[in-house]
Ligand binder design. Structure first.
Ligand SMILES: NC(=O)c1ccc[n+]([C@@H]2O[C@H](COP(=O)([O-])OP(=O)(O)OC[C@H]3O[C@@H](n4cnc5c(N)ncnc54)[C@H](O)[C@@H]3O)[C@@H](O)[C@H]2O)c1
Length: 352
């Protein structure tokens, strides 16, 4: 059988690097696109050079391209040369908070960069599945309209019928998104449109918290990885509002890749799935601090900031019903406890 070729954008980042390893281990040739813009966004903490080196040393058929996805001509050329059997688009400006100070960069990378890739795929490989890492921020703060109860260490949904969390029918407009959420909505709708209008096999995975040991955790993005880093490096961690009881569901980057591969095997045009760890992998900020302190053996310096992040979710759990029903073979295989242990043991280089 001919060897398959994948193209992964954001290949030095958390999801992209996991996707590169995942495909490489399964015998694919993989082209990665990443210009280390995470360093430009988040400073030294965001530097992904260590992760690129790790990939270079651990893969067999990986070719790195230091290219900016905003460079339309370069993207059209690369996709045409490679004609990948699968595109995994994970390059992004991923932070809610950063977008407000870098609105043009945020939109150009998240929305226009996605359009560049979609159009490149339409011209050169329209039959190849195109998987886009979207986000639960496309729902803006609409999920906060659900009635909540305050428990000792977390918020939770008040209505037991809502216990599985937010599904894909949640509206995406008429709510506060942050500029990041808005640029991702633009990209999400474009990805759906290339499926519906052109019949291409595209999918949006609306991520909850995606995590794993290869995250270059920064204060503005990657909350579990950053708490682990802050404890390890004796940094002060700031909690923003909601008493630290805000809840996220967490999924390991490996389980993100198995969901992408399930779609690759049975693609349909314009699919949309929520993708998170579900209730079993949900945790509040306070609970995460407590458990990571136990695992790392000392206390976190923390500071409480009364004002919550604008548009922040109070309790967000991904309802995985649609994904499980379309792909019954897919499951979350890495538990929250395993994720936390991996983060506690992670070898992310310290930054002074
Ligand atoms: N990590 C999460 O919790 C989470 C949650 C929901 C959705 N997502 C989405 O998943 C995707 C991947 O997230 P991640 O956590 O792996 O982020 P990440 O920041 O670790 O990886 C993104 C990579 O893209 C690269 N990049 C940024 N701009 C680029 C550009 N212009 N050209 C080329 N490369 C560029 C960065 O250098 C970085 O290595 C993003 O689209 C993000 O919005 C992530």
């Amino acid at each position: 059988m001919a060897r398959k070729t994948g193209l992964v954008t954001g290949s030095s980042g958390l999801i992209g690097s996991e996707a590169v390893s995942f495909l490489d281990e399964r015998g694919w040739s993989v082209h990665g696109v990443d210009n280390n813009m995470r360093r430009d966004f988040f400073g030294e903490h965001g530097d992904t050079t260590w992760n690129l080196e790790r990939l270079r040393n651990s893969t067999r058929r990986f070719e790195h391209h230091d290219v900016d996805i905003r460079d339309r001509e370069a993207m059209l050329r690369l996709v045409d040369e490679v004609k990948p059997d699968l595109i995994i688009h994970a390059a992004a400006q991923p932070s809610h908070d950063l977008a407000a100070s870098r609105p043009f960069d945020d939109f150009d990378v998240n929305a226009v960069g996605t359009l560049n890739l979609l159009e490149a795929a339409r011209r050169s490989c329209p039959e190849s599945p195109f998987a886009f890492l979207s986000t639960n921020k496309v729902y803006g703060d609409a999920p906060n309209e659900l009635p909540l109860v305050e428990l000792e260490t977390r918020w939770d949904y008040a209505d037991p019928a809502q216990k599985d969390g937010i599904d894909e029918t949640c509206r995406i407009d008429a709510s506060m998104h942050s500029l990041f959420g808005a640029s991702k909505v633009a990209a999400d709708v474009l990805v759906q449109e290339y499926g519906r209008y052109f019949g291409m096999p595209t999918v949006c995975f609306r991520g909850g918290c995606l995590t794993g040991p290869h995250h270059s955790g920064a204060e503005l993005h990657g909350f579990l990885a950053y708490i682990a880093r802050a404890i390890r490096e004796r940094r002060t961690y700031r909690i923003f509002g909601y008493k630290g009881k805000q809840v996220r569901d967490n999924i390991h980057s490996y389980d993100v890749c198995t969901a992408i591969m399930a779609f690759h095997e049975r693609p349909v045009p314009g699919a949309v799935y929520n993708l998170g760890g579900g209730r079993a992998n949900s945790i509040s900020v306070l609970e995460a601090i407590h458990r990571l302190e136990e695992l790392l053996g000392h206390k976190l310096e923390r500071e409480y900031v009364e004002e919550a992040r604008l548009g922040d979710h109070i309790c967000y759990i991904s309802d995985l019903g649609r994904l499980r029903s379309d792909f019954p073979e897919w499951e979350v295989t890495i538990s929250l406890e395993q994720i936390l242990s991996q983060l506690a043991d992670a070898e992310v280089p310290a930054v002074s």
